[in-house]
Design a protein around this ligand. Structure first.
Ligand SMILES: [Zn+2]
Length: 364
């Protein structure tokens, strides 16, 4: 390939990467309540403080499907944004608010607060859980919120562990079970709420393997996980969009400000398999960052046991690893890089490590 052409391609890649400036921050809540489990709960007072901070930040609260479509438009047009450290305009600073599992506090506490502000929100619902106990919403609640502008979307049929639907079956059988589960959930949502809902899917427990994501993407879904970070493009390729979990300690105000103004780390999109056998205790994450960032900024990464080791292996290339063993169950590597305007680039990789004898863990 002629050198000039190579340089041109490199430059295009650089511009393309810059368009990641158009960040979408997605917040993920469960309960807004003080009586529910701490790790999945945000108190009503704290939630109100979050809303006040969003208001004060000048961020635009957007409908999730609209923001993803806008992100997709940028991608397909290959639109060139300003450099990574350029000041953020309104366009670059948008927030979507989401709730998983259809808990009753969404209707009692959240709905009046968001309705008063005219802010859109999305509820990811597993239809088999609706109306099963007093802690869950009813279909009437969901219909009322939908009429007022809320988006109701797919969260599997009964909140299954999608990886465990495999059992001893082949990958084809497994994928058929995932498709059937998703279709049945969509059928019930459509039957109860009508058919004009966008194809959005939040993974139960945020768990996935690449085959699941590829299948849901083939079915037309835009897919959301529970690894943290701001998101951006990759509408055309299968992707797990990150969301910032807001339960328990993750609802703290100081980190909320940082998360609200975060941007996606501008790196090429990859779909890593996060599932680890019991013996895989220290997985490596390889990151290739634009030199425009690494020349002037320092990357920091944290895992369950604190700071991760960051080994430079080339210009802008790093190998990230935990110094201590990862715990069994779900955990994350989080990497951030502070830009000169004070905003953070943010990237997170989820891991799932099996128990001894490669068995699955129990949920708390
Ligand atoms: Zn859930």
């Amino acid at each position: 390939m002629p050198t000039l052409l190579k340089k041109g391609l490199a430059l295009m890649l650089c511009w393309f990467v810059s368009s990641d400036l158009y960040a979408l921050v997605i917040l993920q809540y469960h309960h807004i309540d003080t009586e529910t489990p701490f790790s999945t709960s945000t108190s009503p007072d704290r939630f109100t403080e979050h809303l006040a901070l969003i208001e004060a930040s000048g961020a635009r609260v957007v409908r999730l499907e609209d923001a993803i479509t806008r992100v997709a438009k940028l991608e397909t047009e290959n639109e060139i944004g300003p450099g990574p450290d350029a000041p953020a305009g309104n366009e670059a600073f948008q927030v979507a608010i989401t709730f998983d599992d259809a808990f009753i506090s969404i209707f009692r506490t959240v709905f009046p607060l968001l309705k008063a502000r005219g802010w859109p929100f999305t509820i990811f619902v597993a239809p088999d859980l609706v109306e099963t106990s007093a802690q869950y919403l009813t279909w009437d609640h969901l219909r009322e919120m939908q009429r007022a502008g809320a988006t109701i979307a797919n969260h599997s049929l009964g909140h299954e562990h999608l990886l465990r639907l495999k059992g001893r079956q082949t990958d084809d059988d497994w994928m058929k079970r995932v498709s059937d589960n998703t279709r049945e959930a969509e059928r019930q949502l459509t039957m109860q709420l009508g058919g004009n809902r966008p194809l959005l899917y939040a993974l139960p427990y945020g768990e996935y393997q690449p085959l699941i994501i590829e299948r849901l993407h083939e079915m037309g879904y835009t897919i959301f996980g529970q690894q943290s970070g701001a998101t951006s493009r990759s509408y055309e390729t299968p992707k797990v969009h990150p969301r910032f979990p807001m339960g328990g300690p993750y609802s703290a105000l100081e980190s909320f400000r940082t998360k609200l103004s975060s941007r996606p780390l501008p790196i090429p999109h990859r779909l890593l398999d996060p599932l680890l056998g019991h013996a895989e205790t220290r997985p490596s994450l390889s990151l290739h960052l634009p030199q425009s960032l690494t020349r002037t900024h320092r990357i920091n990464c944290f895992g369950p046991s604190g700071a991760l080791t960051i080994e430079p292996v080339g210009e802008g290339q790093y190998l990230i690893q935990t110094p201590a063993m990862l715990p069994t169950g779900r955990s994350r590597y989080n990497c951030t890089l502070k830009a000169s305007d004070g905003r953070y680039y943010w990237y997170s990789q989820m891991w799932m490590r099996k128990l001894a004898n490669n068995t699955w863990w129990e949920e708390p």
